[in-house]
Design a protein around this ligand. Structure first.
Ligand SMILES: O=P(O)(O)OC[C@H]1O[C@H](OP(=O)(O)OP(=O)(O)O)[C@H](O)[C@@H]1O
Ligand code: HPA
Ligand SMILES: [Mg+2]
Length: 182
């Protein structure tokens, strides 16, 4: 039987590497937010695995909230427009917000969400993404905490999907191009 692994060209980051990387990001956040409370906004669904690992490495109080956004049109490239599918449960007014993403690619999702969130008057807002793909950037977004700058390949695993599949792989892999071009 064909397994998910058969669709992976190569492993980009192993489970162990990801664990170390998440800890490094958390160390910085722990320093920057000492004595404060964080309102962590995870962007569903891609960010959920990273979110779950990151918040457990943070040692100041963290309130959880989530948003789901979708760029219109699916596939391996984004179409440009962003729609909010699920909004936050609570107000972020006066809160120290960190928006947590799995990957910044074109930047359209984060730049749109950032505009929406900034209009709600948080005390501060920072962006945290495990992966950053600078070659694909269409709009400028300043990501405050980044795990890795990644090459322009289609990545899956550790939350990242292709056609709703591969999110549960514990590592990040490069998807074989024949999987998404067929
Ligand atoms: O920088 P961008 O070009 O906007 O791309 C990045 C966004 O695309 C993916 O999410 P997607 O909308 O596919 O939904 P998902 O998180 O449910 O996979 C990813 O999780 C980011 O949220
Ligand atoms: O490389 C990627 N993989 C999965 N989802 C994505 N969304 C933007 N870029 C990617
Ligand atoms: Mg996403």
């Amino acid at each position: 039987m064909k397994t998910m692994q058969d669709d992976i060209q190569s492993v980009l980051y192993t489970e162990e590497q990801l664990k170390e990387c998440v800890q490094k990001i958390a160390d910085k956040i722990n320093k920057d937010y000492e004595g404060k409370e964080i309102y962590a906004i995870g962007i569903l669904k891609g960010a959920m695995i990273f979110y779950a690992d990151l918040v457990r490495a943070i040692n100041v109080p963290v309130a959880f909230d989530f948003m789901a956004a979708s760029s219109y049109g699916k596939g391996a490239s984004s179409s440009g427009e962003v729609k909010i599918l699920k909004d936050l449960d609570f107000s972020i007014e006066g809160k120290h917000v960190i928006v947590i993403e799995d990957i910044v690619d074109s930047g359209l999702t984060l730049s749109y969400l950032l505009r929406v969130l900034q209009s709600r008057h948080p005390a501060s807002i920072k962006l945290c993404a495990l992966l950053n793909k600078p070659e694909r950037r269409e709009v400028d977004v300043k990501v405050d905490y980044v795990g890795y700058d990644v090459p322009n390949e289609f990545l899956v695993g550790y939350g990242l999907d292709y056609a709703s599949k591969y999110r549960n792989l514990p590592y990040i892999g490069i998807l074989k191009p024949e999987v998404y071009t067929k």
